[in-house]
Design a binder for this molecule. Structure first.
Ligand code: OSB
Ligand code: MG
Length: 372
């Protein structure tokens, strides 16, 4: 087993403007604030990108908290040490509770570093096989029903294999029914980001009639119990996103029928190793998976694509073309979908290189770390 010694790190804070205003039930995003971690070993580098936001809206973690933990706790506990693989590094991180998104920055950067040291694509290290992965697109809340139908039409033309519409109370059945009327055969889903309660039975009954592939995270992020009650009343499968932070969460959710589909975001569950365990649980239950997204820039997007090559990721993911999110991405390689599929970036590790020119313009802060 190859041992990789972490001999240096760089942590950058970036601010990247989105090409669109992204409205969900929990708020509006117009930019991403990103922690970009480089781990070094000899001449080799591995990269990790954060997904948490500035405010605790999707889950609890926030950028300043993650930055503090990465600097003061996570990097000091791995710098200057050798690991015989990602599992060994994972054991160190498992010594700290929660904060899975912060840990995932380090865990995923190490996966990339380790795969690049071995000279293999990250996909191979994770047990993936496919050369491309199925992709859909997640569309934010628009200002009118007409604007929603137009936006869907543009993305259908681009070949996305599934359209997901963000919904919130007051913006649900009307836009979704209009899109369904315009596109009777479209593979469609909705994502509520925890905005509803079990008592919103009229909305759920109406959505249940619209031929949705699934309803994503309708109820509270910490409430599997009510999701199970709701699933019992609907024929449309529920998909869990925010509720699943681990393979154990996935097991409990699937065993109690709180959902029948799982959105995997490696950053949400603490990284690739836990994602592979979530995948194994879902496979054991016969539940389909798909790759979620958190509006990632090129590093996070490349990580997600590699993980999505595992065989259980049968439904289209939210790893859409990078050019729809960014005027300029932080990596040199274009990550563009075609015909509803995203090709896996070729080469070792995650298969992308940093665009230092773009990075120099979007970096707010940068710090170097050496073993003490
Ligand atoms: O719930 O899946 C979500 C973006 C930010 C936070 C949460 C979610 C999302 C998306 C966008 O739906 C997916 C993407 O295009 O990256
Ligand atoms: Mg979601």
């Amino acid at each position: 087993m190859t041992s990789v010694h972490i001999d240096g790190a760089q942590l950058r804070l970036l601010e990247l403007p989105l090409r669109f205003r992204f409205e969900t039930s929990f708020g509006v995003q117009t930019r991403r604030t990103i922690l970009l971690l480089t781990l070094r070993s000899g001449g080799v580098e591995g990269y990790g990108e954060s997904v948490m936001e500035l405010l605790p809206a999707y889950r609890e973690e926030v950028v300043p908290g993650a930055e503090y933990l990465i600097r003061e706790l996570l990097l000091p506990s791995v710098l200057g040490r050798s690991f015989a693989g990602p599992a060994e590094l994972g054991e160190v991180l498992a010594g700290f509770r929660g904060n899975r998104m912060a840990k995932a920055v380090v865990e995923m950067a190490f996966h990339d570093l380790y795969a690049r040291t071995l000279g293999v694509p990250l996909r191979d290290l994770l047990g993936g096989t496919r050369a491309s992965v199925p992709v859909g697109v997640s569309l934010g809340i628009q200002e009118s029903v007409d604007a929603t139908v137009d936006l869907v039409a543009r993305h259908v033309e681009q070949g996305y294999a599934r359209i997901k519409l963000k919904i919130k109370p007051g913006w649900d059945v009307r836009p979704v029914a209009a899109v369904r009327a315009a596109f009777p055969d479209l593979t469609m889903t909705v994502d509520a980001n925890s905005a509803y309660r079990l008592s919103d039975s009229r909305v759920f009954a109406a959505l249940d009639e619209l031929g949705l592939d699934y309803i994503e995270q309708p109820l509270a992020y910490d409430d599997l119990h009510d999701h199970a009650l709701l699933q019992g009343r609907l024929s449309t499968p529920l998909c869990l996103d925010e509720s699943i932070l681990s393979a154990q969460d996935a097991r409990k959710a699937l065993a109690s029928d709180a959902g029948r589909v799982i959105n995997v975001k490696p950053a949400r569950v603490g990284g690739h190793s836990e994602s592979v365990r979530v995948h194994a649980v879902a496979q054991a239950f016969g539940a389909p998976l798909w790759m979620g997204g958190m509006l990632e820039a090129g590093v996070g997007r490349a990580h997600n694509i590699h993980l999505a090559t595992l065989p259980g990721f049968t439904k289209p993911g939210d790893v859409s073309s990078a050019s729809r999110y960014w005027e300029e991405d932080i990596v040199n390689e274009p990550l563009e979908a075609e015909g509803g599929r995203m090709p896996v970036p070729a080469g070792a590790g995650i298969g992308v290189t940093l665009n230092e020119d773009v990075l120099s313009r979007v970096t707010l802060r940068s710090d170097e770390f050496l073993p003490t």
